[in-house]
Each structure stands twice: as C-alpha cells, then as structure tokens.
Design a binder for this molecule. Structure first.
Ligand code: FMN
Length: 294
C-alpha cells in the first residue's frame, strides 16, 4: 500500500510515521533505524551537548540515506533536562548546526518556539510544533508552524492538566486548523494508525510503542518490565493519567499491542501491512491511500 498525506509529502518518507522525541533515548542510532524502516527518524537534540551535535548528525548521514528530523524540546525557563542546561541562544546553536548539516524538518515541543520557527523558515526548512493543548496548536499555527503534532492525554511524556484525549484533540483540531496534524498519544497498532487518519490526522507519532522494540536504547530488563505492566491496574492508571504538570512515570498503553520484543523494522512493517489489510477488509480496492486528492 502506498500512503500519500501532506505529512509524508513534507517529510519525504515512505510512511506518514514520525518518531517521538525521547529525553535519554532519542539517540542517533535508533533514529537512523526508524528512518531506514520508512518513517521519519528524529534525533532529540538535547540528548547531546552542543559540542557533540555536529558529529552526531554526520554519523546519522552515514547510517541512513533517508530523511530525518531534529527535535528541540524547548524547556520552560529554569527547567533542566538530563543535566543539559540550555539557554535561549543554545537552541539557536543546535538549530544552526542542524541547518548547516542539511536537516530539513524540525520539531519543536513543550514551550513557545516562535523564535526558532522563524529561523527554521529563513533556512527554507519545515517547522512542526508539538503541543498538548488545542489552544496552543492554534497559537502555533498563527505563529507560522507548517504542521502541528498534538498529544492526547493517553500519551506518555510530559503532561498538561488541561489536555484532552487524542480523539477529541484530532477531530476538533481538524476543524480549527488549516495545517496538517500529526496525532500523538496511545498509538501503537494498525487500528490506532488508521483511526488517527480517519479522525483527521495526516501522520502519526510513535512514542511509547517503539521504546519496547529490540533496538531501542532502553535496557532489556526495563523493556520486559514495561511489556508485562498491568495496564488495567489502578496504580498504572494513576501514573499515566495524572493531572500534574510533570512527566508520567510509565509508558502509555500503546505498548499493549506488542506481545514480545521485536525489531523496529518488523514492528513498523507489521503496522503498515495490517493497516493495508484492514482497509481491504473494509472494501478499499486501491493500492494507495491518497489523502492529498481527497
Ligand atoms: C521516555 C520518554 C521520554 C520523552 N521525552 C520527550 C522529550 O524530551 N521531548 C518531547 O517533546 N517529548 C518527549 N516524550 C514524548 C514523546 O515524544 C511522544 O510525544 C509521546 O510518547 C507520544 O505518546 P505515546 O507514548 O502514547 O506514543 C517522551 C516520551 C517518553 C516515553
């Protein structure tokens, strides 16, 4: 099945699949595998010191000849991540290095990033902003973002107490925005992928689901523990759906679709093959889903 959406047109990838950003785990080697598997691998810039970033991008280009992107997680003033203390100027330094290395797609997330978006556009690149609230998505579109990743409360990662579910986010935002939307939060199988497209997304961000694949840089014991988590327990529910402005302590329910640790490429191929089969079972006869022409 050939997939054509405004998102994979923008990213130049085979599939409209975007790798999530991961503090600690969004590393070059893993991102290269994601790109090689047909999605857009994304390097989380803050996992590297500015001085090491250029050589990581060069390594990336040796590991893949496919498109890839960069995430800049804009921390609110005073917040530190992974012991990397970043100033406003530092973000521009990461950005400059990536522009010089030929990166074409940039993801900003968490906090306002208009100043970065401006520079990304000056360089002729795409700016995609990731946020949790619909009103922030509207602001980011107004500020010029080319696409928005909207994270539902099903997601792992940083939480906003006023977040809606992925379903509400995407269906509502589809009516409110002109730019294409990438759905994030709780997606880890073919039905979730197709559901997101049906709701109005033109791409899907895979977060928790890929952290339990064979090559993710997460320790094997932790992967096993995650896959065995009782997602029906109250304890898990409290950890995932808490209403505090802080990160969750568990992966999202996106992981329940995986029964065992499989290679990332197989995981992605399985989702895309099954999505094609499901479309056929619904009577879809074409060999391509072309949302651009709808
Ligand atoms: C361990 C972990 C670390 C994360 N770190 C970041 C980060 O540094 N920046 C960011 O924008 N999102 C981060 N996220 C969020 C993901 O990029 C993505 O938005 C989220 O995982 C999607 O929801 P899902 O987990 O249900 O697929 C993180 C998620 C996890 C699980």
């Amino acid at each position: 099945m050939i997939w054509k959406t405004n998102i994979n047109k923008m990213t130049g990838t085979k599939y409209p699949l975007i790798m999530g950003a991961f503090a600690g785990y969004g590393k070059t080697e893993f991102a290269a595998l994601f790109s090689n598997a047909g999605g857009l691998g994304v390097i989380t810039a803050l996992n590297y010191q500015i001085g090491d970033f250029k050589s990581e991008l060069q390594k990336m280009k040796e590991l893949t000849d496919k498109p890839f992107g960069i995430n800049l997680t804009v921390l609110p003033p005073g917040v530190r991540a992974l012991n990397v203390k970043v100033s406003k100027d530092d973000y521009l330094k990461y950005l400059e290095i990536a522009i010089n290395e030929g990166v074409k797609v940039f993801f900003t997330s968490a906090y306002q990033a208009t100043h970065l978006g401006k520079r990304i556009h000056e360089a002729g690149c795409y700016w995609i902003h990731k946020c949790a609230l619909i009103r922030h998505a509207i602001s980011a579109e107004k500020a010029g973002a080319d696409a928005i990743t909207l994270i539902g409360m099903e997601a792992s990662g940083f939480k906003n107490p006023y977040q809606h579910t992925t379903l509400v986010n995407i269906t509502m935002t589809k009516r409110l925005l002109k730019v294409p939307i990438i759905a994030a939060g709780g997606i880890g199988d073919a039905r979730g992928f197709l559901g997101a497209l049906a709701m109005g997304a033109e791409g899907v961000c895979l977060g928790s689901a890929i952290l339990t694949t064979a090559e993710s840089p997460v320790p094997k014991e932790m992967k096993k523990k995650w896959l065995e988590m009782d997602i029906l327990s109250e304890d898990y529910h409290k950890k995932l759906y808490h209403r505090d402005l802080k990160a969750t302590r568990v992966l999202s329910t996106a992981i329940v679709h995986q029964k065992e640790i499989v290679p990332l490429r197989d995981f992605i191929e399985n989702i895309m093959d099954e999505a094609g089969e499901i479309l056929k079972s619904w009577g879809f006869k074409e060999n391509q889903l072309d949302i651009l022409s709808i």
